[in-house]
Design a protein around this ligand. Structure first.
Ligand code: MG
Length: 321
């Protein structure tokens, strides 16, 4: 058992950005702002708000220039934005952002398909963005996508992902997030990657994991990350963000599933499950589809009464065996 003082986990919410970017139904700007506000009310302190990629590339997030200035900012909440290049950085700066995330991958095949550059070219392109952000005092995160597997190159060796992580660390980012972009990782691989990254000199506090539940392994992978000493995990409220490489399959780990798991396991994180479920229902309504998450459907569970928690009041059906 991990000592009590160490039982604190950071939940990095990606719903408004990574969650919505793959959703085809256009969401009004006001609804996105309401979603972000509900997430903050639920206790999340890191909410990736939007993306400054080219609007034609991701039409769903084309309103980034309107979202950032309209955020009901709280002193206790960080609102990073995704920035792909200097043009995106100029827009983010003009909008009033103060934290960013950049993204590359662990396989050249993926970056070439996704952003038209090799990994090395992407790192060269980041440098002026990260330097500018540093001069402005912004918090900076970098994603390493396809850290476990690539839809074009297949299995990725941990050493390949770690090498990119180390190069990003050398660029000065505060946090490196390894992403299981297509949802193929299993717990043994997560423990191996975390252990090797730490052995290679990456501080556990600078490492985050971004799991997808595409094949049902996301929470098991979180448990493996925790065993390996990692304390930051990404999640998307409502389980939004299907997987573009597996149409119809689950995508991002749902925040409500993560919160239930952490609560039941005795980890502290400051996020209220009922608040997340309210935000999840809100965004599912805006998307006009049922909630994809397990806990979104079943609710939490009160071990004292045996009742589900966080669900709207309903008349209980008679259950027969
Ligand atoms: Mg994702």
């Amino acid at each position: 058992m991990v000592p009590t003082a160490d039982r604190r986990v950071r939940i990095y919410e990606v719903g408004p950005r990574d969650g919505l970017q793959n959703e085809s139904r256009p969401i009004p700007t006001a609804d996105k702002l309401r979603f972000i506000e509900l997430l903050a009310v639920a206790g999340l302190t890191e909410i990736e708000a939007t993306s400054f990629v080219r609007p034609s590339a991701i039409p769903q997030l084309a309103d980034a220039d309107e979202i950032v200035p309209a955020l009901g900012r709280r002193d206790t909440v960080r609102y990073p934005v995704l920035v792909p290049n200097e043009r995106g950085m100029a827009r983010a700066e003009a909008a009033g952002a103060d934290a960013l995330a950049v993204f590359t991958a662990a396989s050249d095949a993926f970056t070439e398909h996704n952003i038209g550059m090799t990994i090395t070219e992407s790192l060269v392109a980041f440098q002026p963005v990260l330097d500018r952000a540093a001069s402005l005092g912004w918090w900076r995160r970098a994603y390493v996508s396809t850290a476990f597997g690539c839809p074009y190159a297949g299995a990725i060796k941990p050493a390949a992902a770690i090498e990119i992580g180390l190069r990003l660390a050398a660029l000065g980012v505060e946090e490196i997030c390894f992403g299981d972009t297509i949802g193929v990782a299993i717990p043994d691989q997560v423990e191996e990657l975390a252990g090797l990254a730490i052995a290679a000199g990456m501080a556990p506090g600078r490492i985050a994991f971004h799991f997808h539940d595409t094949r049902g392994t996301a929470l098991a992978n979180v448990a493996a990350g925790l065993r390996a000493g990692i304390r930051t995990f990404d999640a998307s409220t409502g389980g939004t963000g299907g997987c573009p490489y597996a149409p119809g399959a689950a995508g991002n780990l749902a925040t409500e599933d993560l919160v239930y798991f952490l609560d039941a396991s005795g980890w502290t994180h400051g996020v209220r499950l009922d608040g997340i479920l309210e935000a999840a229902r809100f965004i599912a309504g805006a998307l006009d589809r049922p909630l994809a998450s397990k806990v979104g459907q079943a609710g939490g569970w009160d071990p004292g009464t045996g009742a589900a928690t966080g669900l709207p009041a309903v008349i209980r059906p008679i259950v027969t065996p």
